[in-house]
Ligand binder design. Sequence first.
Ligand SMILES: Cc1ncc(COP(=O)(O)O)c(C=O)c1O
Length: 403
Amino acid sequence: MSDSSRQTPPGGTIYLDSAASTALRPEALEAMLPFMTGDFANPSAHHESGRRAHDAMERARDDVAAILGALAEEVVFASGGTESINTAVKGVAFAQAEAGVGRHIVTTEVEHHAVLHSLQFLERFGFEVEVLPVDEHGLVTPDEVATAIRPDTALVSVAYANNEVGTVQPLPDIARAVKERAQALGRQVPFHTDAVQAPNSHSLDVDALGVDLLSLSGHKFGGPKGTGLLYVRRGVPFLELLSGGGQERQRRSGTENVPGVVGMATALRLAQEEREAFTARTSMLRDRLFDAVRAACPEARLNGHPTQRLPHNLHVCFSDLEGESLVAELDALGIACSAGAACTSATWEPSHVLLAMGVPLDLAIGSLRMSLWPSITEAQIDYVAAQLPGAVSRVRASAVRAI
Ligand SMILES: Cc1ncc(COP(=O)(O)O)c(C=O)c1O
């Protein structure tokens, strides 16, 4: 459909892609502005303006640390989830190898590519990566993770919540099993989690979760893009990824993004304060949407765990269509969502997450992820529900014509 034939729903485009990115919270923007103009100085500078920027950044660090139940010195600011994950995974792996601990790393098949591709990178340097399978809901069992640990295991990395299907892992149970197994081997095995999708609905208390490293990305919870953070428990072996001026206690060199840090900390505080209301509101909207999808397309299949899932994630597969075509059709109707499958230049790449869960290939290419936000109205959900069956039929018909 051409741009001119694009429809706009009453009230404007309906944004069902909060798992991909969220709008900056007004409170975060307001907190950031002074550090973009008046107090713009380098936080390492030895003058009054620099000190003001530095103090604001350290207040943000204290706030983040309080949310995580961590020490301020354990919080490293970064440019996003990807950098945080690369830093965690590569930083621990190289430190463990240097210390002679070993080069074996345990992870799961359903990690984000920031984790999986970082680990593939490490394989080129002699690391051995054990990728654990998941069940049909995308869950890994604590036992399986623990059993995979060997005397030479350098790191375990398991995501908190999956970005495609929304399955939430039993992180405290996995962490406990990892610790028991490591103790039986007479050592400690650092446990990292990619928590990028969790902050809107789940606790980030690192002790309750039992994690040693945790990665976040600011723009997934109403903070600015280009911001992220890594929690590194004191004593965890770690080498920096970015070398330079020694900022962030030698763990991440480069002039800190003070406005970004301040905005991210503000957004994280609000997201964590509003977790209960977020969960109640988005799960109600999700159920309303899923009921409508099922009524219109009874064969649509829900992906991810039925209950242990992010409240704002609805991920379904339709037969006989390509998810990307459905996303384009919905876009033309003013509905923004995602297919959860990557299209390379000429071929459709089905999602590695769906394939790991055993979703048949023909269904895996017909996936649609709709991720909600509390500001979405019931009327908008009803508009989507009304448009979806027609969109599915049209995409199926054009797929048949193309054969
Ligand atoms: C689970 C998960 N991990 C990591 C990332 C990477 O975050 P960013 O793109 O903000 O660097 C994302 C982003 O989609 C994600 O959903």
